[in-house]
Design a protein around this ligand. Structure first.
Ligand SMILES: [Zn+2]
Length: 231
């Protein structure tokens, strides 16, 4: 045992590192998320099934090459805790770690392996200032390191906070969302197969709007992945 490891273990006696998903103490070989959580995560395996629930949710709404989510978002689960930590507890490294793992599966899975660039869904600037980071950009960073594809982070921009969607019908909601996003750098996406990434797929309105503006700006194809799929 090296002296550094000895000191680390000694400190860990008093300040044990705990799992971001279940709070169990982590052992040496574990980083952020424990082996048990990795094992029991509700994986969708959606990247192996073109007709998965995430893909079906967007059918007929926008032309997407493929859509997949890594895990199901189940209430009172470790996924919920992980996402909460990622978004509200200043732990962006969780997004990066999940991206690194998911990227290993996606890089051998068609058509995700054909993507040219990775584009995270941007946060509204006000939210970004408040939170200090875009959790989807960290997820993108992990995907990028495993898939060996570049991130083009600022080509998609978010213009204003989304107004309340509740009083609007589906078309009005779509129009409202669509106005929210713009492509700031069309040259960066022209002719490219874009892998669009976000943290959670809920109504699909964000993905629909982002994919719409990317295609309009000249992207050849858009595929989309999220960490979780809300049920
Ligand atoms: Zn755990």
């Amino acid at each position: 045992m090296t002296i550094q490891q000895y000191i680390k273990d000694f400190i860990a006696l008093f300040f044990p590192q705990t799992c971001a998903g279940c709070d169990a103490p982590l052992v040496h070989s574990e980083y952020l998320i424990c082996t048990d959580c990795w094992y029991h995560m509700p994986y969708t395996q959606g990247h192996k099934d073109a007709q998965n629930v995430s893909a079906r949710q967007l059918w007929g709404r926008v032309q997407l090459e493929a859509v997949a989510s890594y895990v199901y978002f189940v209430d009172s689960s470790r996924v919920k805790q992980l996402l909460h930590q990622l978004k509200y507890r200043n732990r962006p490294e969780i997004g990066e770690l999940i991206g690194t793992r998911y990227g290993l599966a996606l890089k051998t899975s068609s058509p995700f392996d054909k993507a040219d660039i990775i584009v995270p869904v941007p946060l509204h600037p006000v939210k970004l200032r408040k939170r200090g980071y875009n959790q989807s950009a960290f997820f993108a960073k992990g995907l990028s390191s495993s898939m060996c594809r570049p991130i083009v982070e600022h080509c998609l921009v978010r213009r204003h906070a989304t107004k309340s969607q509740t009083q609007k019908n589906r078309y009005e909601r779509y129009e409202n969302m669509r106005e929210t996003f713009a492509v700031g750098d069309p040259d960066a996406v022209a002719g490219k197969h874009v892998l669009l990434v976000d943290d959670v797929l809920t109504t699909g309105a964000t993905m629909e709007a982002c994919a719409g503006v990317l295609l309009k700006a000249g992207a050849a194809k858009v595929s989309a992945v999220t960490i979780a799929k809300a049920l």
